[in-house]
Design a protein around this ligand. Sequence first.
Ligand code: GTP
Ligand code: MG
Length: 195
Amino acid sequence: MLVKKADFVISAVKPEQYPDDALPEIALAGRSNVGKSSLINCLLCRKNLARTSSKPGKTQTINFYRINDAFYFADVPGYGFARVPKSVKKTWGKMMETYLIGRKPLKAVIQMVDLRHPPSKDDQTMYDFLKYHQIPVWVVATKADKVPRGKWQKHLKIVKETLDMEKEDPILLFSAQTAYGKEQLWHLIVQQVAN
Ligand code: GTP
Ligand code: MG
């Protein structure tokens, strides 16, 4: 995929602020610090278009990026970050729920998990939520560079089993460090936004 143009459009906290030009949209969801913003940067070959941080909780709003004037990436705030007051967690949860359930142009959610660890309770809840609302979901197991190649399949199996994934849902290995899996993911995205 040739990215000719990638623009940050808006940081939104409520639907009135979402882009309203009806272009198809792909959202990134996953635990705080799992690597959502890094994946966006890696796909777009931009160093820091989506702000990343080693401190969890960097992305606190829904950030929209318009790609080639053809579709959007929506970088959604990470969940499961313990050091956040309950009231803030509630606001985030509500904001994500409103977005995921109500967003018409949403074509798929890339649910990111860390290949190194079994998915958390929050990851399971997110997957179940997406399935319940019949939102197409692709699981991307990232930070593959941190797991020896010989163990990839074993770790992938644990991800699939822990999430109790449906057979037809795609699962991909990824690394923002090495760009492993980038072409395969682009392939899915291009297909889905053309639909
Ligand atoms: P929030 O915005 O807090 O929800 O986090 P995020 O999911 O956007 O994570 P972010 O992209 O900011 O990455 C968090 C940390 O993980 C950063 O230090 C990244 O450099 C690192 N990281 C992300 N992806 C990878 C990867 O594939 N491999 C390795 N080794 N590190 C990664
Ligand atoms: Mg982020």
